[in-house]
Ligand binder design. Structure first.
Ligand code: PEP
Ligand code: MG
Length: 566
């Protein structure tokens, strides 16, 4: 059986080897491993002997032809953005000028792999020079080069694997660009060697509702085709699981689904304290699931996902159309738009300086848009136009605010566009420590626990090896959340959490006890969070928050709260 676990029967499975990482996404799934291979390394260059040149030319042509055929087959087997990207890549591989150039290089004695690399390199330069849409396709061209070279050399195909059946995707890590091609009908679970609880892969897994284990040491050694049981709640990957272990995991999933099915509607504690439950939204591809979710709106619209892979910022018209699509889908509900958050793990060529030594500490988020005010002005103008008459309650907030003055300037700019509600994210310890002043300077605060953990613990959020420091249960992080919630309440401002911490149904109780008034998470996570809130009173939540705050580290905070919950 492949896919989400099904069946029922208890019993552990002591014999099978277990890999341990950070569980995300909840639930479990079983299936064969399909590995994402690394791009091929070019061998040392060599000169092709004259009598071998015809064969080498034919091999280069064949590699391009077979790459195109494979991409077309994959395009037909999928739909939407993935199909469009794959078809466009197949067309590029078929371009006669590319094949002619590679063959001409072989005719001069260059070996096939280097001939392909040089020919693709020249096309890349031409695309970049053309700018606009063409320049945005350079990543697709690089992928095509790697595939053609791998085919020529008989190496494993790089990029997302397509074994033709449902599988557990195992990778070193996933880049934002990989995710457009990931087919959730084929991928039943994700396992990555790298990445922490707030890495891009973890966010993607929660968005797709896939069980995942990230930062999983030993994942690189899992062989293609090996059967594994991935448990996103426990953070384990069990190889060659017994039927009993699969059944036990399935039983856990069944109980979880039952719990979730019992709670609906606006979030509230057992004694009626409202806690707004909102969804996080990335690109427009996520919109149908996000809009269909039982939520009171969007708590974090990551607008930079519309800009990824772009060489230039989309213009006013294009942005307006994209925002309008979102606002219309959420008519009657709230949408919190976050202005462009470029930099660090989300670099954008037209915003991010290439020469920063520490991009996470550099000109990112609001800092970048203030340096180039046109970006922010165009974005706010587009949001205002799209909001007009859409029926959605549109709020706007800035990422990476560090000073009350920045919050006040941003709020003034937002209001100048006729948008009435402006807020600040709290992702930098300085912002949390001065959250009272920040709250006075704008209308609401939203705590980004992913970056707040990164900056509080000086721990790169993309590093799985620092997962303990990035754990949102760390009492020092919870201190900052508590301070922000208290200061927000003192100034009559709502304070939400939109980082990945909000997706943890037990931590949601602690956040509520600390005074947070809304939680925003991937659509698939809201059910469990809602069920958890509905089962506990505000006093329960406050007691749990005290337990977590008085613990000395994340593990003991989690253990103290679990023990109290019984
Ligand atoms: C955060 O930092 O917690 C957050 C919500 O923003 P992002 O994950 O997009 O940086
Ligand atoms: Mg952030």
């Amino acid at each position: 059986m492949v896919g989400p676990t099904a069946g029922a029967a208890p019993a552990a499975d002591a014999a099978a080897p277990v890999l341990i990482g950070i569980g995300v996404g909840g639930g479990s799934a079983v299936g064969p491993v399909a590995r994402m291979a690394a791009p091929p390394a070019l061998p040392a260059p060599h000169t092709v002997a004259p009598d071998r040149i015809p064969d080498e030319r034919a091999a280069v042509r064949r590699a391009l032809r077979e790459t195109a055929t494979d991409l077309r087959r994959r395009a037909e087997a999928t739909d939407g953005t993935a199909s469009e990207v794959l078809s466009a890549q197949a067309l590029m591989a078929d371009d006669p000028a590319l094949g002619d150039r590679a063959e001409a290089l072989v005719a001069e004695g260059t070996d096939g792999a280097h001939a392909l690399a040089v020919a693709f390199g020249e096309f890349r330069t031409a695309l970049e020079a053309a700018g606009g849409y063409f320049a945005e396709r350079v990543a697709d061209l690089d992928d095509l080069r790697d595939r053609s070279v791998a085919r020529l050399l008989g190496l494993p195909m790089p990029g997302l694997p397509d074994p033709g059946h449902p599988h557990v995707l195992v990778a070193e890590d996933l880049a934002p660009a990989d995710t457009a091609l990931l087919d959730p009908r084929r991928v039943v679970a994700l396992v990555t060697e790298r990445g922490g609880p707030t890495s891009h892969t973890a966010i993607l897994a929660r968005t797709l509702g896939l069980p995942a284990v990230v930062g999983c040491a030993g994942a690189a050694d899992l062989a293609d085709g090996r059967e594994v049981l991935v448990d996103g709640a426990a953070g384990t990957v069990r190889t060659d699981p017994s039927p009993e272990a699969v059944a036990e995991a399935a039983e856990g999933d069944r109980r979880r689904r039952e719990r979730v099915a019992r709670a609906h509607g606006p979030g509230r504690t057992a004694d009626g304290r409202p806690v707004k439950l909102l969804v996080n939204l990335g690109g427009l591809g996520e919109l149908p699931d996000a809009a269909a979710a039982d939520s009171e709106g969007v708590g974090l619209f990551r607008t930079e996902f519309l800009f990824l892979d772009r060489a230039e910022a989309p213009g006013l018209e294009e942005q307006t159309a994209a925002y309008r699509e979102v606002f219309t889908a959420f008519a009657g509900r709230r949408v919190v738009v976050r202005t462009l958050d470029a930099g660090a793990d989300k670099p954008l060529p037209f915003v991010t300086a290439a020469d920063e030594q520490n991009p996470a500490l550099g000109v990112r988020g609001l800092r970048a848009t203030v340096r180039d005010p046109r970006l922010l002005e165009t974005q706010l103008a587009a949001v205002a136009r799209a909001a007009d008459g859409s029926g959605a309650e549109v709020w706007v907030m800035a990422p990476m605010v560090s000073l009350p003055r920045e919050a006040a300037d941003f709020a003034a700019r937002v209001r100048a566009h006729g948008l009435p509600v402006a807020g600040s994210m709290v992702e930098v310890p300085a912002a949390a420590l001065r959250s009272g002043e920040l709250a006075r300077a704008c209308d609401f605060l939203s705590i980004g626990t992913n970056d707040l953990a990164q900056y509080t613990f000086a721990a790169d959020r993309t590093l799985g090896s620092l997962a303990e420091l990035l754990d949102p249960w760390q009492p020092a992080l919870l201190d900052l959340v508590g301070t922000t919630a208290r200061e927000g309440a003192r100034h009559g401002r709502p304070v939400g959490v939109c980082g990945e911490a909000a997706a943890d149904p037990t931590l949601a109780l602690v956040l509520t006890g600390l005074g947070v008034t809304s939680l925003s998470a991937a659509p698939g996570r809201l059910g469990e969070v809602r069920a958890s809130l509905a089962a506990h009173t505000l006093d329960d939540c406050r007691r749990l928050a005290d337990l977590a705050l008085t613990a000395s580290d994340a593990a003991s905070a989690r253990a103290a709260v679990s023990e109290a919950l019984g």
